[in-house]
Design a protein around this ligand. Structure first.
Ligand code: HEC
Ligand code: HEC
Length: 571
């Protein structure tokens, strides 16, 4: 009796083993979720209210707002969907599409609809989207198969929201897998997406690889930006319609998690804004008082710091003395010219040092996969100050784009071209030196911008373009004898704003990325925790949050309401 039970148990075990072997790599073969006919009417209503502006009447991705968007709204006709748990080339599940509509596709214009639509509306609009597909058929039980991929499970548990504490050995092993599988050919040596400038998607539009150091701009981040699962899913399933392949056969499930640990470790830990799903800007740029000489070389340890928020990833004692790298949010300038302008660069990193004898230094850095090789469209970045700080009362500031007639601004602009650079050349280990021209100008409004004819007081003392990161080190003395130059005081909150132009994307003049006013302060020689004035910080913070929320809401509302009128002036 006992032996009999044992034999049947063995049989069952054997059977289970055989089944699981035959499924290695893939699991759960099945048929697509059919279109839920009873929800179509409701879904259609939502679609024509919310989605048609971008995706078009027939779902061909040709709505009125589509024209100027980089990463065009999806053409649904072919039934190609990027973010899925199903195998390459297959249709997505309902759960995939619901997550996409809820969380949006970061880094593209596709908004997160979770706050605007109810669960049942989302499920309904997903059914309607499925009904727009022409070349495939979600109801075709004979021909359409879906295999939900095998993802294993997170070996380190989760430490959301930042997923820290993954052992260094796993990250190092992941790096080996990254090198072996040549992810760098598209994603670049340091993961900034700068590997291949000539890719096209299945719809014939140019496409670039994801920047791993900006995981908040990944289509599939699902608003859980630091979750290694996002990488495992992408590597297991590929992104349909794009050159991003799956590595299902090349990399074991176990190794995919290690690879994910490495990719994930590259993305700086920043506090995220729930609404914009991007890092909360660092609203105060503290310039660190520096005794003696300030290094004028960007690769000096003095300027080596981390993009992480030091409150999330504590720094070493030595690094704690270094300036913090601040995240500055940029948005497209759309008060003039066309309203759908979306800049390629959406943030800068800024750090600063100063002392009385040497003056002040700002290191401005940003990610740009490729630079311009057309002298008519140089890349450029600028710092804007109130020209007459001494005349401003309290929190008064000039208009944030180029000032106004009563409150002029002082602008330091560095325009540059990389030397001996062609974007299709293999990346240069040492990076590219830049040919920089500095121009100082005063603005009394957009149409009242004058370049100063005096020799610029501002200098760019060092600069480089390396692996998709631009670094420009600005220097000026604290005071000058120009009466339209900012005279920089110590220990005072000073408004500061930034502009940036991507030459490779033909940005020029009013086509530029802008920030709102931030604040900078020259820290006193001795750290004095008391001087951080909480009330002022709170005001600044609320102001900036308000701006971001407002920019996001405005853009969404424009599309949601279909009010995309070009001559409107929102400011
Ligand atoms: C402001 C423009 C805009 C609006 C409005 C918009 N979308 Fe999108 N949508 C996009 C863009 C752009 C993409 C393509 C992004 C990409 O390919 O990386 C996209 C892609 C998609 C995808 C493809 C997802 C995938 O995995 O490939 C789905 C599904 C989708 N949108 C559904 C919707 C629904 C449903 C609505 C209305 C509730 C909507 N969209 C409204 C811009 C928009
Ligand atoms: C042939 C070029 C190519 C190779 C090789 C490649 N990728 Fe990609 N990858 C892309 C492109 C293109 C995108 C962006 C697609 C888009 O924006 O829709 C992308 C996007 C991604 C994303 C972001 C996914 C998301 O949610 O938006 C991750 C993560 C990623 N790749 C990981 C990897 C890893 C890991 C490897 C190596 C094992 C790799 N890729 C190899 C082209 C490539």
């Amino acid at each position: 009796m006992i032996t009999k039970i044992k034999t049947s148990k063995k049989l069952i075990l054997l059977l289970t083993l055989m089944v699981s072997f035959s499924l290695a790599g893939t699991a759960l073969a099945g048929i697509p979720d059919p279109v839920k006919q009873d929800l179509l009417e409701k879904g259609k209503k939502v679609y024509f209210k919310r989605c048609v502006w971008c995706h078009g009447v027939e779902g061909a991705g040709d709505g009125p707002a589509a024209e100027r968007l980089f990463t065009k709204p999806r053409n649904f006709l072919a039934g190609t969907f990027k973010i899925r748990v199903t195998d390459s080339g297959q249709l997505p599940t309902d759960a995939d599409l619901v997550k996409t509509v809820k969380n949006g596709l970061p880094g593209s214009a596709m908004p997160a609809w979770g706050e605007f639509l109810k669960e049942d509306e989302i499920l309904a609009v997903v059914q309607f989207v499925k009904s727009l597909v022409e070349d495939r058929d979600f109801n075709d039980v004979e021909d359409e198969e879906v295999d939900t991929m095998e993802f294993g499970s997170n070996p380190w548990g989760t430490t959301a929201p930042y997923h820290l504490g993954i052992p260094q050995e796993a990250i190092d092993a992941g790096k080996e897998i990254f090198i072996k599988n040549k992810c760098f050919e598209c994603h670049g040596g340091e993961g900034r997406g700068d590997g291949n400038p000539t890719m096209k998607d299945d719809w014939g539009f140019p496409i670039v690889a994801a920047d791993w150091q900006q995981c908040w701009n990944w289509r599939g981040s699902r608003r859980n930006h630091f979750d290694p699962f996002n990488v495992v899913r992408t590597v297991s399933t590929g992104l349909n319609g794009t050159p991003m392949p799956n590595f299902r056969e090349k990399i074991t499930v176990e190794d995919r998690w290690k690879l994910a640990a490495f990719v994930n470790s590259l993305c700086p830990r920043k506090k995220m804004d729930k609404l914009t799903s991007k890092p909360i800007p660092d609203f105060l740029i503290s310039s660190v008082y520096t005794e003696g000489d300030i290094a004028e070389k960007i690769d000096d340890p003095m300027w080596q710091s981390s993009d992480n928020d030091p409150k999330i990833v504590p720094r070493s004692e030595e690094d704690a003395m270094k300036p913090r790298i601040n995240y500055i949010a940029l948005a497209g300038q759309i008060t003039r010219g066309n309203r759908n302008f979306k800049p390629k660069v959406d943030n800068l990193y800024v750090s600063s040092r100063w002392n009385k004898d040497k003056g002040i230094y700002y290191l401005v850095e940003y990610h740009s996969r490729f630079l311009s090789s057309d002298p008519e469209f140089p890349d450029a970045v600028a710092i804007q100050w109130p020209a007459k700080l001494q005349d401003l009362f309290g929190a008064e500031k000039p208009y944030f784009i180029m000032g106004d007639s009563k409150k002029p601004v002082d602008i330091w602009k560095a325009s540059f071209m990389a030397k001996d650079y062609v974007s299709t050349n293999a990346p240069k280990e040492a990076g590219y030196q830049l040919d920089v021209t500095v121009e100082e100008s005063n603005g009394l409004g957009f149409d009242a911008l004058t370049v100063k004819d005096s020799e610029p007081n501002v200098k760019v003392v060092d600069s480089i373009f390396h692996q998709g990161r631009v670094k420009i080190l600005f220097h000026r003395s604290l005071t000058t004898d120009g009466d339209m130059d900012i005279q920089i005081p110590a220990e005072k909150f000073i408004p500061i704003a930034f502009f940036q132009w991507s030459g490779d994307d033909k940005e020029k003049d009013e086509h530029m990325a802008i920030s709102t006013w931030y604040y900078t302060i020259l820290e006193p020689p001795l750290p004095d925790s008391l001087y951080y004035m909480p009330p002022i910080m709170a005001v600044v913070f609320v102001g900036l949050q308000g701006w971001l929320v407002w920019m996001t809401k405005r853009t969404r509302k424009m599309y949601a309401d279909g009010k995309v009128k070009r001559d409107e002036r929102p400011f």
